[in-house]
Design a protein. Sequence first.
Length: 147
Amino acid sequence: MAEKVSAGSDHAGLALRAEAVRVAREQGFEVEDLGTFTADSVDYPDQARQVASAVASGRSRFGVLVCGTGIGMSIAANKVHGVRAALCTTEYQARMARAHNDANVLCLGERVLGAGQAAAVVAAFLSTPFEGGRHQRRVDKIKGLEK
């Protein structure tokens, strides 16, 4: 069975979420698209909670969240125990978020990134493994902050 990615956005992230879903599927992930599915205004913390909860529970390996800037989604998702959400605007940030921080939720801003750049960021995030080693000690300290 393919690993799963849960994706969500508010009304300001519809198009970029669709691009992220496309990239995840191209990389062989099963995708649980949690919406929203219309341009009607919704509150981003609700979408962040759904995706972050899917990741924290183990139902999905990764999450992708999109709002206008990605900032609100990253703040909200990081409130869920077990989530390490990273707001990334470059492939380098996405690779480092995975390799060094074992980030499990990627946050993007549709008003910040074009579709091509976002696709590259998503691909980098989903394809980069966690390096472990000295980074594991640091991730363990992050986990300790949740207690």
